[in-house]
Design a binder for this molecule. Sequence first.
Ligand SMILES: [Zn+2]
Length: 232
Amino acid sequence: MIIWMVGFTILLALFLLYAIIPTVFIRRYGLGITKNVRKKGGVALTFDDGPNPEYTSSLLDLLNKYDVKASFFVVGSKVNKNPEIIKRMHEDGHVIGIHHFDHVSSWILSPFQLKKQLDMTEKAITECTKEKVFFYRPPWGHFNIFTPFIGKNYGVIMWSAIFGDWKVDNCRKDLLDRLRATSSEGEILLLHDCGETLGADKEAPLHMIESLEIYLRESKEKGTKFVTLRDI
Ligand SMILES: [Zn+2]
């Protein structure tokens, strides 16, 4: 029993040191990460977890309609399944960054696995765009102690506003009101164009896009400026 408890305590301490403490520290003190675009102004729309064959194209249509450029953090395995969407995203002038090859937390990745997740995703994107990748957002905003070293070639982008839009109920309840309540000066908004992630609703992006359309129409009427991460 005592051996079991000692073993458990050691494992817990290692996990805290490897995963939890670096994540809290990096996010709390903003070490090497970007959480807003206040220096530049405007609003940076960012979308995670795609591309999705059902929803990402509709989202690209919507962004085109309002002449808004955005930034997408894509999952490498889905890029390989939907290269045409990534090519269009690039041709439409959006920024494409890394969101791991599988949607897996850095908390459970070894340094070698983390490096592989980044390299494989960059390769998948580059095959479509023929351009280097500059930005990275770790799934769930999770870091491990090696992330600052392994991800040093990328600008790590977090967010200033998150809405729980991966759940249909949240989209229906107040997504539009919460989008309207964000500032037009310096926010990085985090939305999701794929609902296949653990804990998400598959059809949530449909509802997100409905609210986003109204928000974009109103914002354009007010003269809100939309920026991409390339602009910052
Ligand atoms: Zn994600």
